[in-house]
Design a protein around this ligand. Sequence first.
Ligand code: DUC
Ligand code: ZN
Ligand code: ZN
Length: 488
Amino acid sequence: MALTLITGGTVVGPTGRSRADVLLDGEQVAALVRPGDTTLGVDLASVAETVVDATGKYVIPGAVDPHTHMELPFGGTAASDTFETGTRAAAWGGTTTIVDFAVQRTGERVQDSLAAWFAKAEGSCAIDYGFHQILGGVDDDSLKAMDELVTEGITSFKLFMAYPGVFYSDDGQILRAMQKAATNGSMVMMHAENGIAIDVLVRQAIERGDTAPYFHGTTRPWETEEEATHRAIMLARLAGAPLYVVHMSAKQAVATLARARDDGWNVFGETCPQYLYLSLEEQLGARSEEWGDFEGAKWVCSTPLRSRAEGHQDELWRYLRTGDLSVVSTDHCPFCMKEQKELGLGDFSKIPNGIGGVEHRLDLVYQGVVDGKISLERWVELCCTTPARMFGLGDRKGVLTPGADADVVVYDPAGHTSIGYTSGADAAHGNRKTHHMNMDHSAWEGFEIDGHVDVVISRGKVLVSDGEYHGHPGHGQYLRRSTSAYLR
Ligand code: DUC
Ligand code: ZN
Ligand code: ZN
């Protein structure tokens, strides 16, 4: 098997950092070696087929994004990244594994919906991928299907307390699915927003003429997130099941989660970069020549962005530090402005919900290290190790230990990453597109990151180096997942 040696770097994991060379043997990590170590009697650099110089850089496990929606059908359209374009963009940003969501809609067989998602992904992905299953219709058949899917490596199920008539489950359905999860060892992932109350607020806003994108956020106030989070925790407790609350944005909801954790309950929370950095006020102020105040549609997602004046963003960083939030995912769900977001011109409730960010998570969370909000080790833990362990991939992904998959990122702390779509001098010559996601804009335009993803390796194959892409569709393999390492 081909040997790859990554030399001169600082290897960073969730428990610490050390100077070490990393030897990859084919698709697996073979060893971490002290620099200059001669006890093996071999000059590794001379026998390795590929040598990557990581001097002055961090060497970390390939990042794991446990929450993406490639090609998700939503609001009469579909997320604009295919598995091909979305996983290529992920690779550019140092993410070497995604866990996407297969979607069962009411009336559909779970197994049929899963087969459709396998068909979309197979042969298309640049990086490894697994699936969670969205249950849009909990009934006897789908409960039975949960058992079957767990044996096929789909060990987590997302339910929605929002989107009545689309993905919504009522409390009885949620309780039944949680009871099933308690028996088969799977993890229930919850979209925790009170969708029934939100629909009333949305209708009232539209009737008042409050139709601009900003009102998406004001009609999904923090109370609707906190109430649903509390209810989900109580239902999980009744069922004796663990719970993972996705895309948390309201500090009050995380406080409720943190209290349950303090009481010893097996509940976990995830947030996303958009909730750490962006705010409702910025969405309110967003204007452009092209779109007027509809510019704010770029940041319509659910849960919504929260008020900076209320301090949600700082609190979320604090909860990342304390461990009450366990994971940063992207909830990557990209829609173009043209023909997609613009479906909601004149009625924010018709704007497809979602932000694209699969390419930027590692950089954006790294900026939190530079800004002193989290440690270097916590960065790796939040973006790589915990997502892998949370979703049954911990043996292979999120760590650099012998036998793990040879998924590696060389990250340059002295590098720089400008995220733009159009900017500065280049704007005069047309759009300056700095991302690889299939989007006609970027929710992250103007962000400057004090670091850079230099080299990305997936199962021993170099996907990105020297600013060039070497990957191809079909390199990525399906990952049959075990149950979560965080079950009790
Ligand atoms: N939230 C989004 O923003 N998009 C897709 C689904 C979701 O829950
Ligand atoms: Zn959701
Ligand atoms: Zn989502």
